[in-house]
Design a protein around this ligand. Structure first.
Ligand code: NAP
Ligand code: MG
Length: 399
């Protein structure tokens, strides 16, 4: 066949370990035979991050701002062990954190649903996408242990030195603990806009929840900012798209999520998102079937798998042993990025290719051909475990 042409490049962010191996195989086996792939390549593998003093990560984020769409491989976030293993000059920061800070984005995680793998909640027949506000609250806190017979205040000082104070608690006989947390209106607004935009993109309802009845100033501020942005900027667009913005209390949201069939986007405050994303991911079956996209409030997109570099499999691979690593979430990162590129460039062929590659991937698993992690979960009778490369080849046969 004549290869599908691209007019604008994708920003390609390569990564580490087993996912780096899979990255190349996905391109060779599933994309390059069909697409005249245009990318601007950034090597976020740990060696090159170290060689460029992490400048490559910053450059890749800026390129995403320029072109609008990126696809990213999983990368190592260095810890002490990695500093020794890779002989690093510094314990470089998480690339995802750096990219998110530059794009000011929100991460949306969506499970990929296939027949044979039933969520723990069988009513969840459609995916639930979780968006987590990744700034502030308890993640940027100041805490103290307080001795007995101490009084704690919340104090602010403005630029003219004027003080405002509120009593937190007068500690009596017992020692105790206090905590100061904050958030910024601008960040809450960016989070809201990313979520409203993504809901319009997906044509799905958007839920948001907090505890505004108890936290009458802090959580209520979230509710008000969201409501104001919705009314002024999105209400008409939502009505036109036939979707709904739904605000409720967090405990009511949790109860409704459990009873629901899925098929919506659930925006969560930072802590709620941390906890609920792990619960939802586990309930759908497997982290290897979870895609993730970072969306900036001004409409830049970075697609990736939610899982890490699958280190244990990589060491087996290095020893020449066979691996059975699940490439589905990484494939869907590519299809998400290709489809979005196609949408922005009015490239219908590219969008259709992304649909086909996803359909072929799901068909492969539903035909009973799958990697070891899914083999353990699948209820299909004729299932067969294949190795990493055989899985990709089985998809290629079905495109
Ligand atoms: P991980 O790479 O997600 O792997 C944890 C375990 O989950 C694996 O050992 C494997 O279990 C299973 N697993 C995950 N993805 C799989 C897949 N595609 N196919 C089959 N099994 C899969 O997490 P980690 O081991 O905690 O982290 C490894 C490295 O990834 C770390 O350096 C971390 O910094 C990095 N990381 C990066 C990102 C990112 O770039 N977005 C996210 C998370 C972690 P079995 O070994 O039992 O088969
Ligand atoms: Mg968590």
């Amino acid at each position: 066949m004549e290869k599908i042409k691209m007019t604008t490049p994708l920003v390609e962010m390569d990564g580490d370990e087993m996912t780096r191996v899979i990255w190349q195989w996905i391109k060779d086996i599933l994309i390059l035979p069909y697409v005249d792939l245009k990318t601007e390549y950034y090597d976020l593998g740990l060696e090159y991050r170290n060689a460029t003093k992490d400048q490559v990560t910053i450059d890749s984020a800026n390129a995403t701002k320029k072109y609008g769409v990126a696809v990213k491989c999983a990368t190592i976030t260095p810890n002490a062990a990695r500093v020794t293993e890779y002989n690093l000059d510094e314990m470089w920061k998480s690339p995802n954190g750096t990219i998110r800070a530059i794009l000011d984005g929100t991460v949306f995680r969506t499970p990929i649903i296939v027949k044979g793998i039933t969520p723990y909640l069988p009513t969840w027949t459609k995916p639930i996408t979780i968006a987590r506000h990744a700034y502030g609250d308890v993640y940027k806190n100041t805490e103290m242990q307080v001795p007995a017979n101490t009084t704690a205040y919340l104090v602010t000082v403005d630029e003219n030195g004027n003080e405002k104070r509120e009593l937190i608690h007068k500690f009596g006989d017992s020692t105790g603990i206090i905590q100061g947390v904050h958030n910024v209106d601008a960040s809450i607004g960016s989070f809201a806009r990313s979520c409203f935009n993504f809901a319009l993109d997906m044509k799905q309802d958007l839920w948001f929840a907090s505890k505004d009845t108890i936290s009458k100033k802090y959580d209520h501020r979230f509710k008000d900012i969201w409501a104001e942005i919705y009314e002024n900027e999105y209400k008409a667009k939502f009505e036109e798209a036939g979707i709904e913005y739904f605000y409720t209390l967090i405990d009511d949201a949790v109860a409704r999520v459990i009873r629901s069939e899925g098929g919506y986007i659930w925006a969560c405050k930072n802590y709620d998102g941390d906890v609920m994303s792990d619960m939802v991911a586990t309930a759908y079956g497997s982290l290897a079937m979870m895609t993730s996209v970072l969306v900036s409030p001004d409409g830049n997109y970075e697609y990736e798998a939610a899982h890490g570099t699958v280190q244990r499999h990589y060491y087996k691979h290095l020893k020449g042993e066979e691996t059975s690593t699940n490439s589905v979430a990484t494939i869907f990162a590519w299809t998400g990025a290709l489809r979005k590129r196609g949408e922005l460039d009015s490239n219908a062929d590219l969008m259709a290719f992304a649909d086909r590659l996803e359909a072929a991937t799901i068909q492969t698993i539903e035909d009973g051909i799958m990697t070891g992690d899914l083999y353990l979960l699948s209820k299909l009778e004729n299932k067969k475990k294949v190795n990493t490369k055989e899985f990709l080849e089985a998809i290629a046969e079905r495109i």
